[in-house]
Design a protein around this ligand. Structure first.
Ligand SMILES: Cc1cc2nc3c(=O)[nH]c(=O)nc-3n(C[C@H](O)[C@H](O)[C@H](O)COP(=O)(O)O)c2cc1C
Length: 327
């Protein structure tokens, strides 16, 4: 069995959040956590003139590129693109329930067609890059272990060795994508049961993991965990991951140097993307810190003026004054 310890702690793909800028911040905070891009539709990946900006991988490894699509030829091309941009893995999204994604025949609705999912995974394989799947445990309002098992029976014939499971159903009509992350009940036992049948596949558990203590406890029973919203809201938790999960001695200090590193990177992107997108991952630094309102409104003003230098100074000042709370 391959060594999958690199996937003990994964940061989930999140559209609008796991941008190259967020991944830069995550990588400053943890050298080890396994990262993901946002989902990128296969056609955009192939045809976009802005490819560099969308899928840039500035040595964010280990990192997976997540693709949404079901056209077998397109998927083949996507795998080669992911390889050429130095991604470690290409991941097929079979979990997104949005209407737009259903219209494009990808995302969670593909769970209805397990043979097509298997073919998609086979098309992604090019012997150069790891291929993986992210799926739900089923579709609709009722859970059904047999449905999930038969789905995994079929897709595992592709030979994939890594499956990320968002351990709740997707409901394709009547509720929004965000409700689809809370209304269908979680059932982690689906993941434990399928692991018994497929000990050679790494099943990474996702959904509802809302503290690092929960992570430590789940890692006793699962191959790895994947966290989305906890990291979206509080990315600075990542500084504990290398030491507490990967048993590395180094603890990252939140200091002025960290702010400088981040700004050094985003300064090269000004004009290419909105200032808000460039800054928003770092602005989560205020999460849970009392009396940060004054800083936030000042930053908002500087964003309006487009003054990155003043924002950097202000954040360095904030870090200096809140060192104890931040570390
Ligand atoms: C804002 C947002 C965007 C998301 N975008 C994606 C996506 O692009 N691809 C995907 O597979 N899942 C996406 N998800 C789902 C997450 O990857 C994850 O499966 C889900 O949030 C459950 O994990 P959590 O409870 O740790 O947040 C998104 C979630 C959020 C909150």
């Amino acid at each position: 069995m391959q060594d999958n310890s690199i996937r003990l702690f994964c940061v989930a793909p999140m559209m609008g959040y796991t941008t190259p800028y967020a991944r830069k911040l995550y990588r400053i905070l943890t050298k080890k956590a396994f990262l993901f891009t946002e989902m990128i539709a296969s056609k955009s990946l192939i045809n976009s003139k802005n490819k560099d900006l969308i899928i840039e991988n500035d040595r964010h490894n280990p990192v997976a590129l997540q693709v949404g699509g079901s056209d077998l030829n397109d998927l083949k091309k996507c795998s080669n693109i992911a390889y050429s941009y130095n991604y470690d893995e290409i991941n097929l999204n079979v979990g997104c329930p949005s209407k737009a994604v259903q219209k494009g025949s990808f995302g969670a609705c593909l769970m209805k067609d397990k043979v097509l999912v298997r073919q998609c995974l086979e098309s992604l394989q090019n012997n150069k890059i790891e291929v993986s799947l992210k799926c739900r445990i089923g579709l609709g309002r009722k859970t059904n272990y047999e449905f999930f098992e038969e789905f995994i029976d079929e897709v595992s014939k592709s030979g994939i060795k890594i499956i990320y499971v968002h351990a709740r159903n997707a409901i394709l009509t009547g509720i929004s994508p965000s409700q689809n992350r809370s209304i269908p009940p979680l059932d982690y036992t689906f993941v434990s049961r399928i692991k018994l049948k497929y000990p050679n596949i790494s099943f990474i558990l996702n959904g509802g993991i809302n503290s690092l203590d929960m992570v430590y406890s789940l890692l006793k029973d699962y191959d790895g965990v994947m966290l989305g919203r906890l990291i979206q809201h509080n990315p600075f938790l990542l500084k504990q991951v290398d030491k507490n999960i990967y048993l590395d001695d180094k603890v990252i200090d939140v200091n002025e140097g960290l702010i400088e590193d981040y700004f050094e990177y985003i300064k090269t992107k000004t004009g290419l993307d909105s200032m808000f997108r460039l800054l928003s991952p770092l602005l989560q630094i205020f999460f849970g810190i009392p009396n940060s309102k004054m800083y936030k409104s000042q930053i908002h003003e500087y964003i309006q003026k487009g003054n990155l230098i003043l924002i950097e100074e202000l954040l360095k000042n904030f870090v200096k004054q809140n060192k104890i709370l931040l570390n």
